[in-house]
Design a binder for this molecule. Structure first.
Ligand code: FPP
Length: 265
């Protein structure tokens, strides 16, 4: 059961948006490219890291909202493999924020029945950060509410290469490789593909994120910078998502021929 009052105050604008969402037709998996932290900070004459710190509140609100809406999977792109090229001080601050986030947030994740996972090359991260992440993964592994994936040292092409290596190591014969088998060797094995991909700060790129998995995702881009992103924006994305007709390469319901007219061979 969805607790609507926990999602929006009665009479608020959020409540009006929430009323427009069909909770029976929510995406199973929402993926988010969190972008614009640097620009958010720059517009306030603050150092870039202030944008990352402010972005944590947006992470908290998005995770909690998805959990309350009973969405199955949320994947947040927090740190790409390319992000290692950023100035050392910025990388260290991001790592410290991550460590602090999992430490502070663990009780809340457990209380909200959230299963925490990491996708990406966890081994690339500093040991102290890995330890905190492993503790959170372990402590939440039996939770069966929202699966919250955080993409860290993540690159989609690397993920695809890792899946190939995993298939070969498992001794899968070439002729036995098909789309389903391949998916089972990705970091997201066992999870549904994203139905909705959100990108903040207006850029129209997918930035090496879940390239295999977003094959049929609906993309929603907002000019809002990540630190300003709140459930209001998520509600708008969900309303927009529910107005799209997903075709998966087929025809729309209007274009589909009357079954009586279909000539069977
Ligand atoms: C992109 O903004 C954002 C990132 C590279 C990091 C995302 C990190 C957070 C939201 C905070 C940490 C998260 C957790 C879960 C602890 P950008 O710096 O590329 O922004 P710009 O394009 O405006 O420069």
């Amino acid at each position: 059961m969805i607790d609507f009052e926990a999602l929006a105050e009665p009479g608020s604008d959020d409540e009006k948006l929430l009323q427009r969402i069909d909770v029976e037709a929510l995406p199973r998996h929402v993926a988010v490219i969190m972008d614009g932290n640097g620009r958010w900070a720059h517009s306030r004459r603050l150092p870039r890291v202030a944008g990352h710190k402010a972005g944590i509140e947006a992470v908290r609100d998005t995770v909690e909202t998805c959990a309350r809406l009973r969405i199955d999977v949320l994947t947040l792109y927090a740190f790409s493999r390319e992000n290692w090229k950023r100035p050392r001080a910025e990388v260290s601050t991001l790592m410290a924020l991550l460590k602090e986030y999992v430490h502070k947030e663990l009780d809340r994740l457990v209380d909200n029945n959230i299963r925490f996972r990491v996708i990406g090359r966890l081994d690339d991260l500093p040991r102290a950060v890995q330890g905190g992440l492993q503790r959170a993964i372990e402590a939440t592994k039996d939770n069966d509410g929202l699966s919250f994936n955080i993409a860290l040292s993540y690159g989609s092409r690397t993920e695809i290469v890792d899946a190939c290596r995993s298939l070969i190591r498992a001794g899968v014969a070439a002729d036995d490789v098909d789309v389903d088998t391949f998916s089972r060797h990705l970091y997201t094995a066992g999870q549904p593909d994203p139905d909705l991909l959100i990108r903040t700060s207006g850029e129209l790129r997918v930035s090496n994120f879940l390239l295999w998995q977003i094959a049929y995702a609906e993309i929603w881009v907002t000019e809002t910078l990540w630190p300003d992103f709140r459930r209001t924006h998520l509600f708008r994305a969900l309303i927009d998502f529910q107005q799209r007709e997903r075709r998966y390469g087929g025809l729309t319901s209007k274009e589909r021929p009357d079954p009586a007219e279909v000539v069977r061979g």
